[in-house]
Design a protein around this ligand. Sequence first.
Ligand code: PLP
Length: 632
Amino acid sequence: NKLYGVSKWGSGYFNIDEDGCITVEPCKDGARIRIIDVIEEAKKRGLRLPLHIRFQDILQDRVKRINEAFAQAIEEAGYKGQYQGVYPVKVNQMREVVETLMDAGEAYGLGIEAGSKPELLLALSIHKNGNRLLLCNGYKDDEFIRFALMGCKIGKKVVVVAEKLEEIKGLIELSKEMGVKPYIGIRIKLATRSSGKWATSSGEAAKFGLSTVDLLEAMNLLEQAGLKECVTLLHFHVGSQIPDIQVITRCVREGARFYAKLVRMGCPISYIDVGGGLGVDYDGSRSTVASSANYSLREYANTIVYGIMDICDEEKVEHPTIVSESGRALVAHHSMIAVEAFGRIAKLNTIKNLVVPKNAPKVVRDILEVKETVDAGHYDEAFHDLVFYRQQAMSLFDLGYLDLQSRAVVESLSWEILAEISRHYEGKARMSEEMKELVAGLKDQYLLNFSVFRSLPDSWALGQLFPMTPLTRLNEEPTIKGTIADITCDSDGKVDTFIGDGEDQDQREYLWLHDLNDKPYYVGIFLTGAYQDTLGDMHNLFGRMDEAHIVLDSDEEAGWYIDEIIEGDTIREVLEENEYAIAELIRSIKTQVEQAIKKDVVKPNEGMKILADYEAGLKRYTYLQVDSRRRL
Ligand code: PLP
């Protein structure tokens, strides 16, 4: 546990049992599921790895916890308004996720937020209760606004949140044209800036929101149009995953001040929408680094409730209903990916029982001397000498003066020397950048059957950290410091930065892994429920993974069951998605096989089998079939 920090990032949902297996406890009530059991059951049901596993109960638990945190803060503070959450559908638009959230949120009036026309059409249909909010964020054209007003017409509380002045003008015109009284929201730009990887939504240069000048202009226009009393909601959002609670404190106070001033100007605003930003502690460090958050859910709710109350009391205005648009904190925990290792590229690739002959080239003998320097404990000197002679050896090889055997000896000795230097400096701060770079090359690469581009786009694009652990053997000391390579033909398809131990290390350049044996070795990638599902792309044509949805059930012998299975993309599907006509592909192969038969390159029987295999191949999974007995 210490090596992987499970109890820190797991937020009570994940743990390790006495057999060294990762378990999940979706409701934190003692009912635990071993992830390896889920994998075995899924395999029995015909699912393959990589496998996307969703725990529906975690989604429900998240809804409950966020709502209860606000309810408690409101009660303790004596706040006179209420709390109503809204789920920003962009964070995970998958049907099962949205439906589960909407069901779980029924009791709390959880609304939905749409940021585009497709999301709005989805939200209009899925949002069935007139008291829940349906918020429209994002840039809007007339058609977008018309759809929103259509929702109002059929009795929904659809709030059009103006991101810029032109939208106010459109809204005035179209609400008149359609004869609908709109619910108007206004997004303001705060001067408070966020930090972390998603900070660009904040500050005066942000892409969305009205400046104070535009806000006053908007109020004038609405007053002239007789729509001032339709201004229902004030919104701000300074970015996702805000790591520092101080930023939230400042935003809330600045935003509440805007609210109070507008109310005092005669705007009947009844909702203050604090946007998203509630962080997930991906690395378990409870700090202000980008992959973490230095506050708890309870502290977050208190900060918002007390912050708004303070300003409202000071300004003597009513306490509004508090709305938050937390998506990440609702959905991140419920989903994980199980991947299988199918090989390891061992970097410490040395020649066993190496004997360097006396007549070996001088550069080889020089490097052998470096080995003696390092053995004598002169690490810095040995490192610099090694860099020098290694470079010399490579130049000699390039010019044709060094044979392959000598080059192999140079490489072998170099790895041995570097390994000793690295062992000496392990955990010590005194290591030059140059040294770090060379030593980093010593880590073994574990080859995992998945695509970073498909499954962890934020890791590839933003360097976001996701917790990873082997799913079994955690009662066995891992011996290998590895990095991860995926199966895309792209050197970017890797993970080489991992979460630290949640104590004195923010992050590490390696993951502790076990030596591979002839049994399958599974690694879990956790907290992947937010943004990753639909942001992922089809690089190398790796498609959607097989998916298993797990539900707790005390009536079941295991205490849980697979509620739903969604088969991942077949090769045929990813090709079709890229506009290939399958019939044409088959026809083309058929012609080529027929020609090969004509030229007597293959026998007719063989030709027919090739054709049949091709067609069968189109129905296969896009990922590798791993045979753990025959690893690379
Ligand atoms: N609301 C708006 C307007 C957003 O842009 C976002 C995402 O950036 C969210 C809500 C969701 O925020 P989070 O990812 O912090 O839950």
